[in-house]
Write a protein that binds this ligand. Structure first.
Ligand code: F6P
Length: 529
């Protein structure tokens, strides 16, 4: 679409914002239909955006921005498997990973490959889950090879299927990521090597953190059992077959992924194998089905009823027009404790960019700073700032209608807290008799996402919703959501710093900024192993 159409759309939005700048959101509720008009449902989720500072005219102008940015074509291009990851010249086909037979997302060949690998992976997962040989499974991976499966395993803990499978105890599934090795060390203190399976998840199989933990785990198995035991105690997921060979991963215990899957979009692939072991194949497939239901909605629903598009446009409004650069994601379900961390990678690694697809500067704000914690606990920590502090945030409240642990009396309290906070964020506390210290301005923009129960299908839909929100926003900002050059520089420098840290002397060529630090570290550590 012509540049001028976009400029016109942005200019119109600026006028709407100026018109609404002093408007209190609570006053929009003079329309008794506000809730019905400003809520949209899909795939088991209800989005209530009636507490966002927009009216019908501003929403229409946001729709025009989406049209001017070519969002409809961009969505179609993603599902067709076009190379929408322009800098790396490849597709971003995570939607192909959750497709059912016959959907042909990405084409017939990709569908066949995905379904074949899914069947292999789930059969392996069930054999580990029910086979009784292993009581401990340790997933080794970082970033997208950790956050999604770890978040989902915690969220779906109540779907792990009881303590036993027939005569056997189900294995406990753990996730380790950090290069400091402490999480792994803690697990190895009590794990029985004969009954422990490690799953190394790394798209590239070159990530320093993952390889460091995998080598330590390998040495532990080889030392406590034997070198010959390594192939049966390791499985792996990667595109890098040569590196899996070199590590000694048996061909039957390795699983494919494809370069058209971004790490942060990969939990639907064999990267989810540890999750599949934790919750079982049927629940894993229900997770995929939930995500696919959201995919269909994103692809087919008109923008006015399209949940991810609605969320994307409201995000653009809050970031670029209202000037709120942060998004607090606050689940009222403690099983979603890692969901904000998962979203941090999804949103900020995707859209934390400052140049357009063509390499020019982006004219508008891009990814929000995403942060959050389980809402009820956060009420007693940082909600003070949300209500009365100077930095203001847009807020997503995620609320389950049923308990994730069978304690409905407790969930009633959780829901009451979420609704009470939504009211406080909207109305605040002002007026006669309210001292300055007690004033709550209100007018904090809140979206509520309601779901029946945190089950696999609902979680799949929830994750897919945010994935599509991120993609829709990237299209509006004109950026590529699927590369991550911003993490490469630190990785590169790490490889040059490590030998400096281990060297006997500090060479004269080392930068003055690093020289002082290296000296301080060496003085405090003595020798560096
Ligand atoms: O953190 C950067 C990153 O490249 C992420 O995009 C990715 O999810 C993570 O590293 C892990 O990469 P890999 O799966 O290749 O080990």
């Amino acid at each position: 679409m012509a540049e001028s159409a976009l400029e016109t759309a942005w200019a119109a939005l600026a006028q709407h914002r100026a018109r609404l700048a002093t408007q209190r959101t609570a006053d929009f509720f003079e329309d008794p239909q506000r809730f019905e008009r400003c809520s949209v449902s899909a795939a088991g989720l209800l989005l209530d955006y009636s507490r966002q500072p927009v009216d019908a005219a501003a929403l229409a102008a946001l729709g025009e921005l989406a049209d001017a940015a070519g969002l409809a074509d961009a969505i179609a291009a993603m599902f067709r498997g076009e190379a929408i990851n322009t800098t790396e010249g490849r597709a971003a086909l995570h939607v192909a990973l959750r497709q059912p037979r016959g959907a042909q997302i990405g084409g017939a060949a990709i569908e066949a490959e995905v379904l074949a690998e899914r069947t292999r992976m789930l059969a392996f997962a069930e054999s580990i889950r029910r086979g009784g040989r292993f009581d401990t499974v340790i997933n080794i991976g970082i970033g997208g090879s950790d956050l999604g499966p770890a978040m989902a395993a915690q969220a779906l803990r109540h779907f792990r299927g009881g303590a036993s499978a027939g005569a056997h105890r189900l294995p406990a599934v753990h996730f380790v990521a950090n290069v400091d090795g402490c999480a792994l060390s803690d697990l190895l203190e009590t794990a029985d090597p004969a009954r422990t399976l490690f799953i190394v998840c790394s798209k590239t199989f070159t990530t320093q953190e993952t390889l460091a933990n995998a080598r330590t785990a390998r040495a532990w198995i080889a030392g406590r059992l034997s070198e010959a035991a390594v192939p049966t105690h390791f499985a792996a997921v990667s595109v890098n077959a040569a590196a899996m060979d070199a590590f000694g991963i048996h061909p039957d215990q390795r699983f494919r992924m494809w370069d058209w899957v971004g790490g942060r979009y990969s939990m639907w692939s064999s990267i989810g194998v540890s999750l599949a072991i934790a919750i079982g194949a049927a629940n894993f497939e229900a997770l995929l089905a939930g995500a696919h239901a959201m995919d269909r909605h994103f692809r087919e629903a008109p923008f006015g009823e399209n949940l991810p598009v609605r969320m994307a446009l409201l995000g653009v409004w809050n970031i670029d027009l209202v000037g709120l650069p942060t998004l607090a994601v606050l689940p009222y379900d403690s099983r979603l404790a890692r969901f904000p961390a998962f979203l941090q990678q999804l949103d900020m690694e995707s859209n934390g960019k400052r140049v357009t697809r063509d390499g020019g500067p982006v004219a508008h704000g891009t990814a929000p700073v995403v942060w959050g914690e389980p809402g009820n606990e956060a009420q007693h920590s940082f909600f003070q700032m949300l209500h009365q502090g100077k930095p203001r945030a847009a807020i997503d409240l995620l609320v389950g209608m049923q308990s994730s642990c069978g304690r409905e009396d407790h969930q009633t309290l959780a829901i009451a807290n979420a609704l009470a906070q939504a009211e406080a964020f909207l109305h605040g506390r002002r007026g006669e008799g309210v001292t300055p210290h007690q004033v709550h301005e209100g007018d904090r923009p809140v979206s509520l996402l309601l779901f029946d129960r945190l089950d696999p299908a609902t979680l799949g839909a929830l994750v897919a919703l945010y994935e599509h929100k991120v993609y829709a926003q990237s299209v509006i900002w004109g950026i590529n959501a699927f590369d991550q050059f911003g993490v490469d520089l630190g990785k590169q420098i790490a490889t040059t710093v490590l030998p400096l840290l281990q060297a006997e002397t500090i060479e004269a060529t080392v930068s003055p900024s690093l020289r002082g630090l290296l000296g301080a570290v060496r003085a405090r550590r003595g020798g560096v192993p």
